[in-house]
Write a protein that binds this ligand. Structure first.
Ligand SMILES: NC(=O)C1=CN([C@@H]2O[C@H](COP(=O)(O)OP(=O)(O)OC[C@H]3O[C@@H](n4cnc5c(N)ncnc54)[C@H](OP(=O)(O)O)[C@@H]3O)[C@@H](O)[C@H]2O)[C@@H](O)CC1
Ligand SMILES: Nc1ncnc2c1ncn2[C@@H]1O[C@H](COP(=O)(O)OP(=O)(O)O)[C@@H](O)[C@H]1O
Ligand SMILES: [K+]
Length: 492
């Protein structure tokens, strides 16, 4: 997994490295500047004439280092320092003095069109208020700039914790962030302002390995998924999935296929009797058919005995049968239960039943479903997604997967997972059904609910990226994500 930090945590780590480990602040800064300089070259930014815009804090001081390194390498470079000299940090004063000794050019005014690349070192993780005055005017001027922009640590104007824009912000082509990704670079809109995001090691260190509060999955988590050579279909797990309705059949098919494609041994689909004929195209699935609400109790209890994991929701509809099915599952489930789509819509008013469920419950709402379920608007969630997801998970006593361009996963504890892969091609009908199936498949193979949710979302995102590569973001279908998930697991 990859740790992600807030601005405050980053400042604490900086301070620890400097004060406890004894690494001078200027050493960290030199490494930071060098990493940005090297990245700009490696990424092929046009460096024939560069302007470095610096603020009065240490982000600005990094900027002066970058200007010096460019100057020494023979590039034409100008530095413009904004901000009140009375507020310069001690490192900033030192860097200006060193820069003067080398003879780099400091300018007071500039015309953006003269430059091929601009380095944004105005504001870093120390941004503390709305951007106004000269900083704002300067950031607005960059909107007309047709060259490339490289941001130091974080695009100026982006909140390091939430990704929100403080009045206005720099739209970078490249952001080189130090030591850890900042939460604000992972959440939208900050993620969009960052452009290509690189994380650079500058020597930040902490003796005590803390478990991260916020993290993203990486391929390392996927590589933990192994098959047992002597396993059988029982040992790879049995999935019971209540999905599909008279009107909708495809969702059950996609979800069920995803459960099997992610490696589950057996699948039983619980669906209305009149759907029987439709499933001839899905011979791998067993069927548990129901006719009316009265059938439910025995059917659910028998199948819960058989299954290792249960899911409900994709294409389920909101009929009285569907509602009864959900209630019965909540009443009797003693194995992990995943609730998605219409299962979530039917949950409204059933908080008590949900809380009394003996099984670990995973809810996978997209933001519309989340808003209907909780009364918290999409706008409100987007302002503070990490905290709201955590508090809602805690309040409901569930593991919550809030699906969005950056899906957030919480079980109400201190640790939160954010997914950094995937793309807008995944905003296509049935994509969420595939995710439900993947999580079920991983649960069936023995992953804990937390591992299955975090790894399942990551696998889904990776599969979305592979599908986009093959079919294009506009043309890809949920079925392509499903197929790609299988290919990714094969590559492991
Ligand atoms: N040695 C280290 O620790 C290392 C640190 N590193 C680097 O340091 C950066 C953090 O530096 P930092 O803490 O000095 O904060 P920074 O982001 O420069 O901003 C603070 C300044 O901005 C000002 N200001 C704030 N809001 C404003 C607004 N809206 N509009 C206008 N001004 C505003 C604020 O002004 P004041 O409140 O004093 O008026 C203050 O002067 C970090 O991102 C990384 O790049 C790396 O080199 C690695 C080693
Ligand atoms: N812009 C995006 N970037 C990355 N992932 C996305 C984006 N839009 C949607 N997704 C992902 O696609 C899936 C859509 O799920 P959902 O809305 O439930 O689809 P459906 O109900 O049609 O099955 C979610 O996992 C979501 O995180
Ligand atoms: K910056």
């Amino acid at each position: 997994m990859e740790e992600i930090v807030t601005g405050k945590q980053m400042k604490e780590l900086d301070a620890y490295t400097i004060e406890t480990m004894g690494v001078p602040s200027l050493v960290l800064m030199e490494r930071a500047g060098l990493q940005v300089f090297e990245s700009m070259k490696k990424e092929g930014l046009p460096l024939s004439k560069v302007l470095v815009l610096c603020g009065s804090g240490n982000n600005g001081a990094d900027g002066v280092v970058i200007a010096r390194l460019l100057f020494l390498a023979g590039y034409q470079v100008h530095v413009c320092i904004l901000g009140n000299p009375e507020h310069f940090t001690k490192e900033m004063k030192t860097q200006i003095e060193i820069g003067r000794n080398y003879g780099i050019s400091f300018v007071k005014t500039f015309c953006v069109h003269e430059y091929t690349t601009i380095v944004d070192a105005l504001l870093g993780v120390g941004l503390s208020r709305e951007v106004s005055g000269l900083y704002r005017e300067t950031i607005e001027k960059l909107q007309d700039f047709s060259g490339k922009i490289a941001a130091v640590d974080i695009p100026s104007g982006i909140d390091a914790d939430t990704g929100a824009v403080w009045g206005c912000a720099v739209r970078a082509d490249l952001t080189v962030t130090f030591a850890y990704k900042k939460a604000g670079l992972c959440l939208y809109p900050g993620a969009a302002y960052a452009g290509k995001l690189l994380t650079a090691d500058v020597g930040i260190y902490h003796k005590d390995k803390r478990s991260p509060e916020l993290f993203a999955c990486t391929d390392r988590e996927l590589k933990k998924l192994t098959r047992k050579p002597d396993g059988n279909k029982g040992s790879f797990g049995k999935v019971f999935l209540a999905a599909g309705s008279r009107e909708i059949f495809g969702a059950a098919y996609l979800s069920g296929q995803a459960a099997l494609r992610s490696g589950a041994g057996m699948l039983k689909l619980c669906t209305p009797k009149e759907n029987r004929g439709l499933f001839t195209c899905f011979p791998e699935a067993m069927l548990a058919l129901y006719e009316d609400a009265a059938d439910m109790e025995n059917l659910v209890r028998e199948n819960l005995c058989w299954a290792d994991v249960a899911g409900i929701g994709p294409g389920l509809g909101t009929s009285p049968q569907a509602e009864r099915l959900l209630e019965t599952l909540l009443k009797y489930a003693d194995k992990p239960l995943v609730i998605d789509a219409d299962g979530l819509n039917l949950l409204k008013g059933k908080e008590k039943l949900l809380k009394s469920c003996k099984a670990p419950v995973i809810l996978t709402p997209h933001l519309g479903e989340f808003a209907r379920m909780t009364g918290i608007s999409v706008k409100e969630w987007k302002k503070n997604p990490l905290t709201i997801t955590k508090e809602t998970a805690k309040k409901l006593g569930v593991l919550l997967v809030c699906k969005d361009a950056r899906t957030i996963i919480s079980r109400g504890t201190e640790e939160t997972c954010i997914n950094l892969c995937g793309n807008d091609g995944m905003a296509t009908a049935g994509s969420g059904d595939v995710l439900t199936g993947l999580i079920l498949g991983l649960l069936a193979q023995g992953l804990s609910p937390w591992e299955a949710a975090c790894t399942g979302v990551y696998l889904h995102g990776k599969a979305g990226d592979l599908a986009a590569e093959k079919k294009g973001r506009a043309a890809m279908l949920a079925g392509d994500i499903l197929e790609a998930a299988g290919e990714i697991l094969k590559e492991l």
